[in-house]
Design a protein around this ligand. Structure first.
Ligand code: SF4
Length: 309
């Protein structure tokens, strides 16, 4: 296959994926649009006029329907045409403001996120939130952490686990041998539970709020397909599985959500309140079980964390 055909195939294939994932339009520059909508010979020479069907935007780009139609050109093209198609692929890469073309998982997750960002299923939370805290991290991660709901800092930042408890979670993740950016973190609830009349503090999400929001998290899990999930705290476990025994009783015992193992453990904020080594060790033992499940070697040093000297 010649270079042009390769680029063309890759472009068509990508457009088909975008279309299949529900994306109806992509932005392309006026220059590329003009070239694509005129006969090939002229296209190579002139890249000036725009398609009358194109919709200009404030940024000077145009919107065209995502219809993976092969461009009507001769099979063998000059190098300038190849550059043109490569340039178009680059344009598509930038459509979503990301460095590279998102894969199917990224696009699917983005669609769920877009729905959550405008969700008003809990009007009292939609009106009080600063941000919808969807989730953050590596969507290809084998490991996912799930908490209960954003707190004040998370609501402000738009990212889960950024407060003091989040810093402790980051330390736990590092102790396991991961970087925070390598794993995926989300909450059962995407909006901060409101606290009318309070200037500080957070509240536990209600059962009804968690039920309403759970479909977003289930969609995230369905798309990411982690090998294991860590549920942080009793409320997160309750959000995922419904009413259950207390976290002290169920922690450390795997349960399954749609065939994905879930390890319940204490919430980091519990460890901040309970500074005892024994409680830290319990969480660490849960994390070592997670590491075993992921077949991550556990060093002697790691095995000795939070044991009495
Ligand atoms: S908490 Fe969830 S269900 Fe409720 S408004 Fe926010 S995103 Fe929607």
């Amino acid at each position: 296959m010649n270079p042009y055909d390769q680029v063309l195939d890759a472009t068509i294939s990508h457009l088909e994926k975008l279309k299949a994932s529900g994306i109806k339009h992509v932005k392309v520059s006026q220059e590329i649009l003009s070239s694509l909508t005129m006969p090939s010979s002229r296209a190579v020479e002139t890249r000036a006029s725009a398609s009358p069907a194109a919709t200009s935007t404030a940024s000077g780009r145009s919107t065209i329907p995502v219809t993976p139609k092969p461009v009507a050109v001769a099979p063998s093209l000059p190098q300038s045409k190849v550059s043109l198609m490569e340039s178009m692929a680059e344009e598509i890469k930038q459509v979503r403001g990301e460095g590279e073309i998102p894969g199917e998982k990224g696009l699917a997750l983005e669609q769920v996120k877009q729905r959550a960002m405008v969700c008003v299923k809990c009007p009292h939370l939609a009106s009080s939130r600063r941000n919808v805290v969807f989730g953050v991290g590596n969507i290809d991660s084998p490991l996912m952490f799930v908490g209960e709901a954003p707190g004040m800092e998370e609501d402000q930042e738009g990212e889960p686990f950024v407060g003091v408890a989040g810093q402790l979670l980051t330390k736990i993740i590092k102790a396991m041998g991961f970087g925070r950016e390598q794993i995926y973190i989300a909450n059962v609830l995407k909006c901060r539970p409101n606290t009318p009349g309070q200037t500080a503090g957070n509240r536990k999400p209600s059962e009804e709020e968690m039920k309403k929001c759970l479909p977003y998290l289930l969609a995230q899990i369905e798309i990411i397909q982690p090998k294991i999930i860590v549920a942080l705290g009793g409320t997160a476990v309750e959000g995922l599985f419904g009413k259950t025994d207390g976290i002290s009783k169920i922690r450390g015992h795997l349960r399954y959500l749609r065939n994905i193992p879930v390890m319940p453990t204490f919430h980091p904020s519990y460890l901040l309140r309970q500074q005892m080594l024994t409680e830290k060790r319990k969480v660490w033992e849960d994390m070592m079980k997670v590491m075993e499940h992921l077949q991550i070697p556990i060093t002697e040093k790691q095995q000795g964390f939070f044991l009495k000297a």
